[in-house]
Design a protein around this ligand. Sequence first.
Ligand SMILES: CC(C)(COP(=O)(O)OP(=O)(O)OC[C@H]1O[C@@H](n2cnc3c(N)ncnc32)[C@H](O)[C@@H]1OP(=O)(O)O)[C@@H](O)C(=O)NCCC(=O)NCCS
Length: 365
Amino acid sequence: MIKTVNEVSPLIGTNPDSGAVQTVPFPGHTSVPEPEPRLLSAVVAGTGFDVPERILTNADLEQLVATSDAWITERTGMKERRIAAPDQAASDFALRASQRALADAGISAEEVDLIVVATVTGDMPFPSTSCILQHRLGATRAAAMDVAAGCSGFIYALATARQFIATGAYKTVLVVGVEVLSKITDWTDRGTCVLLADGAGAAVLRASADRDRGVVASYLGADGSRGDDLFMPAGGSRIPASVESVQQRLHFLKMNGNAIFKVAVRRMAESVNRVLRAARLKAEDIKLLIPHQANLRIIEATAKLLGFPMERVFVNIQKYANTSSATTIIALDEARRAGRVLAGDVVVLVAFGAGLTWGGVAIRW
Ligand SMILES: CC(C)(COP(=O)(O)OP(=O)(O)OC[C@H]1O[C@@H](n2cnc3c(N)ncnc32)[C@H](O)[C@@H]1OP(=O)(O)O)[C@@H](O)C(=O)NCCC(=O)NCCS
């Protein structure tokens, strides 16, 4: 039987200093240890993705900046990426990815209760891209909100959606990760332009009483003191758009690549360990690890730090490069369609990104 909120005892929190898991009981209640306070499971009922048609190869980039196919391949693992047409925006890709995920789940848009879109490159500052998507999908019953957590966006959105399902607030939630990074890319900066790309992925989460399936653990982290390592300075209320802000190229993504690299490895490894601990699982239980696709060397270094075999790490960075909040959900959909995720398998998604933010989710299929 499903427990009510007051019957579920320990809220499990983590102490960032010690890394130790702490249990914090509700006042007046005796703890009955459970892995996490779950009421209903959030099961992934369908997935889908969409990328622009236009392929930009490393050879194409050689024509734009002082770079080479050899440098990009060796330093990043990227070979090509998809780039939106001038008239395409985030909701165009989010729409097709969502339609595919809904078809995969076998449900109509009217059944969706909530849409959560992770993006930092939405169609416009407001209304939210989730509202634009709600209208275009015909998801007339759905509430809609955007989540901005950089490349960790899909993990943050999935963890958020899971909470609404766990408490019984919503039965069906559409979670989308979408970016059109090409529109905020400085195409004269070889340190960033070779890395960034466009695309969207979507997942349909549904409430289930089957507690052995679905999102079994999630973990989110942030360090706002490192915001300057990856940011877009202008376009907000601090530096609104002006002739000067455009001339100074402040509407483009800026990144301290070396600093991000080290944090990424450490935080993604930490995120894997934390979701494993929260789900009472071991690394051997993970059928497939799907890390954020920012750099193959970051992925390999993370696996090495964890002592995790690369054969069980999903990589598609060579085809799509870094689509920020879309990478993990595009990869999950590709992995499923390649037959690499079967019933009962545990899949762990981890990411890091601007904020800085990081996090992970463990899903049992
Ligand atoms: C950006 C990144 C690929 C750079 O790789 P790196 O091995 O750290 O390279 P460095 O920054 O140390 O640069 C080494 C040299 O290559 C040069 N270089 C940088 N980009 C280049 C490019 N596209 N082509 C050729 N040379 C390039 C640098 O100018 C530098 O030259 P120098 O030694 O003469 O100064 C890497 O740091 C990275 O992936 N960081 C994480 C970025 C990330 O994940 N961002 C998204 C977060 S969600």
